[in-house]
Design a protein around this ligand. Structure first.
Ligand code: PLP
Length: 392
């Protein structure tokens, strides 16, 4: 079969690959602890599920909606942004998409011409680079040695006549770090000065722990706000990964173009999921806060255990999202294993699934998700420690 050059260039999602490997081991009866996947382990809160069921029973879920989403959902998003972030967006600034993945995909399709370069802080979430390539763009990795600190210098060094966009993600996947407000202001102003738009993926913005503060790029004054496209969704905050609802917030002209694109690509996001999301934004705050607190407890429990593992290094406890991204070069030295062999040995011998840092642009690290029960997390830490010790 002659596949297109475009698709030949695309790597399958490493996190999805880990999930399917872990699932097949589990299906053969192995007790695998899956720290590889980025999804909350809670059931979607009841009030959200009930709103979805009601939309099915009253017949509303049977039909298409506007391609960019239901008006009541956009109003709920507008009100939520005002209450949660003190940010003013109008309905014409909002498009609802099939997950944040499609929000990003459609944004790249709307903004990138072939050869346009996108500055992407490294480490980065696996889908960014592939989505940029699918839009004809070129991901340019910007090394950020201390993942919590953005320096304009790092970006300046990679600026060319083809640079079009900067892609930021805070709190970050895979590190869980949050960028500082002062750094964001400097980078935001620099991007306006150089006519570069910022895409800010803020999907973990409400999963922040231990009193740390998240700053939305929308909150840095109108000059930066107008130059920024915000990506968000319900997957992580409300434990709704299966419902597939994402959000783009931006300039009305961009929103119109994204709407035109999705009207051909997916049509509207699933109607039942949109009704569920109205309930998430209007009634979900309490349930979301309880889940956030549970993640915070887990982080505080797992972090000290993780850094006790020989050869694992993570000097700063992450501030948000639900990932840990330790440097494991010490453990690779102790065991004499390559990072691939370490990750696959963890799965086949210790029965713990994690993702190789290489998938996020930084070899010598692994990403562990702590969206698991406390018991599973404690057991996983024991298994990883014993794997390193036995192989040392
Ligand atoms: N952005 C980041 C940084 C993510 O980690 C994820 C999911 O893992 C997404 C976007 C996509 O989320 P959604 O489930 O809404 O497509």
């Amino acid at each position: 079969m002659q596949l297109s050059e475009r698709i030949k260039n695309i790597k399958p999602s490493a996190t999805m690959k880990t999930l399917s490997l872990a699932k097949s081991l589990r299906a053969s009866g192995v007790d695998v602890i899956n720290m590889g996947i980025g999804e909350p382990d809670f059931q979607t809160p009841n009030s959200i599920q009930e709103a979805a069921i009601e939309s099915i029973q009253n017949g509303k879920a049977s039909f298409y909606t506007a391609a960019s989403g239901l008006e009541p959902l956009k109003v709920a998003i507008k009100n939520h942004y005002q209450a949660a972030f003190n940010l003013e967006y109008e309905v014409e600034n909002i498009a609802v998409t099939t997950g944040a993945k499609m929000a990003l995909y459609a944004t790249f399709q709307a903004l990138l011409n072939p050869g346009d370069e996108v500055l992407l802080p490294n480490p980065y979430w696996v889908s960014y680079s592939e989505q940029i390539k699918l839009a004809g763009g070129v991901p340019i990795l910007v090394p950020v040695p201390d993942s919590g600190k953005l320096a304009v210098d790092n970006f300046e060094q990679h600026l060319t006549a083809k640079t079009k966009l900067i892609l930021l993600n805070s709190p970050q996947n895979p590190t869980g770090e949050i960028y500082h407000k002062d750094d964001l202001i400097k980078l935001g102003n620099w991007s306006v000065d150089h006519d570069l738009m910022i895409i800010s993926d803020e999907i973990y913005g409400e999963l922040v722990y231990n009193g740390n503060q998240f700053t939305s790029m929308g909150n840095l004054g109108s000059r930066i706000k107008e130059n920024t496209v915000i990506i968000n969704g319900v997957s992580k905050t409300y434990s709704m990964t299966g419902w597939r609802i994402g959000i783009v917030l931006g300039d009305p002209q961009l929103i119109k173009s994204i709407t035109a694109f999705v009207s051909h690509a997916t049509g509207n996001p699933a109607t039942v999921s949109q009704y569920a999301s109205v309930a998430a934004f209007t009634q979900g705050a309490k349930a979301a806060e309880l889940m956030r607190q549970e993640f915070e407890t887990r982080l505080n429990l797992i972090y000290p255990k993780l850094i006790e593992i020989p050869g694992f290094d993570l000097p700063v406890k992450p501030h948000g999202a639900f990932y840990l991204f330790p440097n494991i070069e010490g453990a690779l030295k102790l065991t004499g294993l390559s990072s691939e062999a370490f990750v696959s040995g963890l799965l086949t011998d210790a029965h713990v699934a994690v993702v190789d840092g290489k998938a996020f642009g930084v070899p010598g690290h692994i990403r562990l998700s702590y969206a698991l029960s406390v018991d599973q997390l404690e057991e996983a830490m024991k298994r990883i420690k014993s794997f390193v010790e036995t192989n040392s």
